[in-house]
Design a binder for this molecule. Structure first.
Ligand SMILES: *Cc1c(COP(=O)(O)O)cnc(C)c1O
Length: 370
């Protein structure tokens, strides 16, 4: 079987360094809020070219706590509207509703899967305060346009960069476009820990300070609680692991690009629509967290690939507005998102998929018939 993503093989590449890093932490006697976290925050901020990175427990918390911090800082009030793409992983939207803010779902551009900037402008009301673009599948949303709209209407921008570590437009990285950005280091992400972890990047020192308090019981100073906080910390073991893996991120991204190039060149089947085949300029900045094709015959194609020993996944089968958890939106009409969710299929891609395996996947795709 060609696996969709072989996490065991990915981490085995760095096994000795990872074991050494964990051993260092075990022997240090210091497990929360120490040198490894400090180092990771500095290095990850440097990687994103931002002033600050604040480690938290996971990617969802990175988004939730940023919105929460803006409420504490008086920039947001409950009931304010947040514009968010209608095709995204549920976490982007949970971050909004968990803060008692109101998500306003905006349709994507079918070619890029990312939020359509023209439609953002149409969705702005007097209660809009934030745009929350998601860099889906590893490609930045149309950030130059989104930032221009945010400036024009005086809105905050929170990037969901959970799938886009290192992705760029015009040499500006994910995490350095908005007022703040949430990252996930879930094991399967392009930069993955061996457990849960996340971070926020920002150039705003006031926000960074508030986030550091909120993640730690609302306390800037031990036993003094300025605001109501939570426990959402990135522990030393995970930080030490991330310090090892961050060094290899660009190399792994380059390899993902090689696989994506191979798929884009070699898959030629009128039944299969390739990602961004029309715009060779944008995909070079893509970090290919996922390689997502579209087809009207998804169930058949997935079954055929499984029968030929290729594992594929669907990101995502049900759009957020059709989820039972968001019953109040089940009747919304969002045809582009619904079509995307019905037709997408993610092919194997990752730093340990061999070129021969990728070639085999491409050949199988070419042999698919209905
Ligand atoms: C993974 C992911 C998250 C959440 O990250 P966790 O670390 O799993 O909490 C948020 N948004 C998007 C788009 C994601 O892919």
């Amino acid at each position: 079987m060609i696996p969709f993503l072989d996490l065991k093989a990915i981490n085995a590449q760095y096994r000795d360094e990872l074991v050494a890093a964990c051993t260092r932490v075990i022997d240090s006697g210091w497990y929360i809020g120490g040198k490894e976290l400090e180092k990771f925050e500095q290095h990850f901020a440097a990687y994103c070219e931002t002033q600050y990175a604040i480690g938290v427990a996971n990617g969802l918390d990175a988004l939730i706590l940023t919105l929460r911090a803006w409420k504490e800082l008086g920039k947001l009030q409950e009931g304010d509207e947040v514009i968010v793409p209608s095709n995204t992983y549920i976490a982007s939207i949970l971050a909004i509703t968990q803060n008692n803010l109101k998500p306003v779902l905006v349709e994507p551009d079918r070619a890029t899967f990312n939020i359509n900037p023209q439609k953002i402008e149409e969705a702005i009301t007097t209660r809009t305060r934030v745009i929350l673009p998601v860099h889906l599948y590893g490609q930045l949303a149309a950030m130059p346009e989104i930032i221009a709209i945010a400036k024009k209407y005086n809105l905050l921008v929170l990037e969901d960069s959970a799938q886009a570590h290192g992705a760029e437009i015009k040499s500006i990285k994910a995490g350095n476009w908005g007022d703040a950005s949430g990252f996930s280091f879930y094991p399967g992400k392009n930069l993955g820990a061996l457990g849960d972890a996340g971070a926020i990047t920002t150039n705003d020192s006031e926000l960074a300070n508030m986030l550091k308090a909120i993640r730690n019981y609302g306390s800037h100073e031990k036993y003094k609680n300025l605001v109501l906080g939570v426990n959402s910390r990135l522990d030393e073991i995970q930080a030490a692991i991330l310090n090892v893996k961050l060094k290899y991120l660009d190399q792994e991204t380059q390899y993902r690009r090689q696989i994506a190039d191979l798929y884009l060149k070699e898959i030629q089947n009128p039944l299969i629509e390739l990602p961004l085949s029309k715009d060779p300029q944008t995909y070079t900045q893509h970090v290919w967290h996922l390689f997502v094709i579209q087809t009207r015959h998804r169930e058949k194609l997935q079954k055929y690939l499984t029968e030929h020993e290729v594992q594929t996944l669907i990101h995502y089968p049900i759009p957020p507005h059709k989820q039972p958890a968001y019953e109040e939106w089940n009747d919304l009409n969002l045809p582009i998102s619904e079509q995307i969710h019905a037709e997408v299929l993610s092919l194997p891609i990752g730093p340990t998929l061999s070129i021969n395996q990728a070639r085999k996947v491409a050949q199988l795709c070419n042999g698919f018939q209905i």
